[in-house]
Design a protein around this ligand. Structure first.
Ligand SMILES: Nc1ncnc2c1ncn2[C@@H]1O[C@H](COP(=O)(O)OP(=O)(O)OP(=O)(O)O)[C@@H](O)[C@H]1O
Ligand SMILES: [Mg+2]
Length: 397
């Protein structure tokens, strides 16, 4: 895994002299014990994580868990007390002032919850601001600003003043300003949290769309688990300055690992999170015939199945009865032509809509080959995934 940002054993203690607090933390004390004994606040407590290049990496946790402190340590708006922060292998903590300024201007952009747009400058001048600081010439920065305004859908608003824009549009200006710098790493701290729900959904979709094109490495801070699930390729959960859980959205919902994390996952709509691939039964060959192979799921019993050709493409469906006969060695059974197959990445909610009682559903890979089977029990397992602690072992990360 190619880590663009790597954080190693990071500590942030808000104190003139962090040494006594660090000593206590390293000896096993918690954030609250340190606060009680020394009266200093611990922001980040021995945190390590690795953000792969191109990831949409979500950091989530309750208010005060240390998310913003972590984000601000990455470009040293907060000076780390101990640990290392590597950007493409370079230790940010070791940089001198000019080198740090260079990183902030060219390599890491930040987007905050409330953008400080310059109120008496036009939208386009706000977008250009970072480029101006970098010394980019007037004509070039105007061209670049116009490009990114188009990207965030604000072409017509460049020559308006910020107060003429809605909150959502202003947020887009902030995003445009961050994008204009060409930095590979974007840190977005609660960037959408102040928006009303409809605009927030729009901005999330916009960011997903942009990310498909731009492929930046994004560290996105949120206290909203639904937002983390929707946007994230990975999620890190923080509590009391510590990292308590890290993984893919699906794996965190399946195995929260603690009550703290489980509380976030409780209301998650599993049917929109898990896909056909994650709950399907693998295929097993039931019979080989001249005209193809009869496949069903490995468990045997009362399952229907499919007839496939040599390339695993579905030719027809076998009813439960026909499958039982095929298993018993009866030959010459006819398959039925009406079958339902779904692409492997179809969400369970959409799988459920296509389900017909008594019929198996085939799961197809990107080249149309049959790779698994779904029945009602698998679909229901997907909807309830992770709610019961005893896993049935059918779900894959
Ligand atoms: N400049 C500061 N001086 C002292 N303590 C601070 C400072 N900034 C943050 N803290 C403390 O560090 C801890 C983590 O705060 P932080 O702002 O990182 O939390 P957060 O997870 O971003 O919360 P929120 O969701 O409310 O934004 C808190 O206990 C907070 O009081
Ligand atoms: Mg915060």
């Amino acid at each position: 895994m190619n880590a663009r940002v790597k954080i190693e054993n990071l500590y942030k203690v808000f104190a003139k002299d962090p040494a006594p607090a660090l000593a206590m933390l390293k000896a096993g004390s918690s954030k609250s014990q340190v606060q009680e004994a020394l009266g200093v606040v611990v922001g980040v407590h021995d945190l390590s994580l690795s953000v792969p290049a191109g990831a949409m990496y979500m950091v989530m946790g309750l208010s005060g868990s240390g998310k913003s402190t972590l984000a601000r340590c990455i470009n040293r708006l907060n000076e780390p007390s101990a640990g290392r922060i590597l950007l493409d292998g370079d230790d940010i903590c070791a940089l001198n002032e000019p080198a740090l300024r260079e990183v902030r201007r060219n390599r890491i952009s930040m987007v905050f919850q409330h953008f400080a747009l310059l109120p008496n400058r036009r939208v386009i001048e706000n977008v250009e601001f970072g480029l101006k600081l970098r010394g980019v010439g007037a004509a070039e920065r105007r061209k670049r600003a116009e490009e990114v305004l188009a990207v965030v859908g604000l072409t017509r608003w460049g020559y308006h003043m910020p107060h003429e824009l809605s909150g959502g549009m202003r947020q887009r200006v902030g995003l445009a300003r961050a994008l204009a710098t060409d930095a590979d790493v974007l840190i977005m701290d609660e960037a959408f949290s102040a928006l009303d729900p409809l605009i927030r959904t729009e901005m999330q979709d916009e960011l997903l769309r942009l990310q498909r094109v731009l492929k930046k490495t994004i560290l996105f801070i949120t206290h909203d688990f639904q937002e983390a699930l929707k946007l994230g390729t990975r999620i890190a959960v923080m509590s009391e300055g510590k990292l308590v859980r890290e993984g893919t959205p699906q794996s965190i919902v399946l195995e929260p690992g603690s009550d703290y994390v489980a509380a976030f996952t409780r209301d998650v709509d599993r049917s929109r999170l898990f896909d056909a691939r994650s709950v399907m039964s693998p295929l097993a060959i039931v019979a080989t015939r001249d005209d193809g192979t009869v496949v069903g799921c490995g468990a045997g019993g009362d399952q229907a199945g499919f007839l496939v050709d040599g390339e695993q493409r579905v030719l027809g469906r076998f009813s439960v009865d026909a499958m039982a006969q095929a298993r018993a060695g009866v030959s010459g059974l006819a398959s039925e032509a009406d079958f339902i197959c779904v692409p492997a990445e179809t969400k369970i909610v959409d799988v459920a809509c296509r389900y017909r009682p008594g019929q198996p559903m085939g799961v197809l890979d990107e080249s149309g080959r049959l790779i698994g089977l779904l029945d009602a029990s698998k679909i229901l397992a997907g909807i309830g995934a992770g709610r019961v602690s005893a896993s049935t072992g059918v779900l894959h990360d």
